[in-house]
Design a protein around this ligand. Structure first.
Ligand SMILES: [Zn+2]
Length: 329
């Protein structure tokens, strides 16, 4: 699909995943094309990407630059595969994402060990820690790892010779998440930062900052007032009302925060307990029936909300014998 002259969207399937597709974007340039996000690595996904490129008369060797919004598998997974077939392609990530590549995909054992004490401290029962901790491991097979040739930190202009793309650092979903803004057509390549109907997972974990939800909400404010005619997200569909969508996301997190405050108003509780008492978008399932992966995100998302509330002065945290509880103020 052509969005503006020389700007295209390719849908790369994510097999067996509710997200369905990763939206990869291609921006024309004087000396080759710039690609934004790749899709995760499976032979079918790589074939779909190659077929999409072929439809535009392109091969991977026509991609002079690959920009990855963040290094989650569905965005970064094919980067190493593309590099293998086109070694001259220049890979760019935020500098913090570059660090995460090593801890997530190369020396990942240490990361798993760090997650243990975090989950235990926040009340996850012993038997569940092991299951919760390992639940994100299967995605490793969907990544062909490679390291960036260059890193950015926000504010840079990436020029293709035809389009200038401004790098905007938008931490929260991942500490080094970036969006790209194209001022000529007023396009925002939003990655997972702003999606039309899903709100991205913002979790407190071994790789996040100490207030990831605060970072995320701040980074929404950063893009909220940009002049944008089309938002080009990494999943779902293209949309127009950026400001309205951001208002909805603020409201979603406000609701969750007040629900959490309700649970800890009368007495302090740990994050695991609080997670089991609030509403999640998993219809018809009781907390006990949640798949392990969902329970893990619920707990780490709850911690992110609790920490944001703490930084806002609305909750306090107490640690006793290694166990963390929160109380509303
Ligand atoms: Zn994604």
């Amino acid at each position: 699909m052509e969005i503006a002259p020389g700007i295209h969207q390719l849908k790369v399937p994510i097999p067996d995943n509710p997200l369905g597709n990763l939206n990869c974007y291609l921006v024309a340039g004087k000396n080759g094309w710039l690609m934004i996000d790749t899709g995760w690595y499976t032979p079918e996904a790589y074939e779909a990407l190659r077929t999409g490129l072929k439809g535009l008369g392109l091969a991977t060797t026509d991609i002079s630059t690959m920009v990855i919004t963040h290094v989650h598998p569905d965005h970064f997974g094919l980067a190493g595969r593309i590099k293998a077939s086109s070694p001259a392609t220049h890979l760019i990530t935020h500098r913090w994402e570059a660090d995460l590549i090593e801890t997530r995909y190369i020396k990942f054992g240490a990361l798993r060990q760090k997650m243990d004490p975090i989950l235990a401290r926040h009340g996850v029962p012993k038997g569940e820690v092991e299951a919760l901790k390992s639940s994100s491991m299967p995605t490793l097979q969907y990544v062909i790892t490679t390291l960036p040739d260059d890193t950015v930190h926000g504010g840079e202009i990436l020029s293709t010779g035809e389009y200038d793309l401004e790098v905007i650092w938008t931490p929260g979903h991942s500490p080094g998440h970036i969006c790209l803004y194209e001022p000529k057509n007023k396009l925002l390549f939003s990655g997972d930062h702003v999606l039309p109907s899903i709100s991205p997972n913002v979790s407190y974990n071994a790789q996040s900052g100490d207030n990831p939800l605060g970072d995320y909400l701040g980074a929404l404010r950063k893009v909220q007032n940009l002049e944008v005619t089309k938002v080009l997200p990494a999943h779902e569909h293209i949309f127009t009302n950026l400001r309205g969508r951001i208002e909805q996301i603020f409201a979603h997190h406000d609701r969750r925060k007040s629900e959490i405050l309700g649970v800890i108003k009368a007495e302090p509780h740990n994050a695991y307990y609080i997670s089991s008492r609030i509403t999640w978008d998993i219809p018809n399932l009781k907390w006990e029936q949640f798949p392990v992966m969902h329970r893990r995100s619920a707990v780490t998302e709850t911690i992110a909300h609790l920490e944001a509330l703490r930084w806002e002065g609305k909750a306090e945290k107490t640690t006793m014998n290694g166990a963390v509880t929160y109380r509303a103020l």
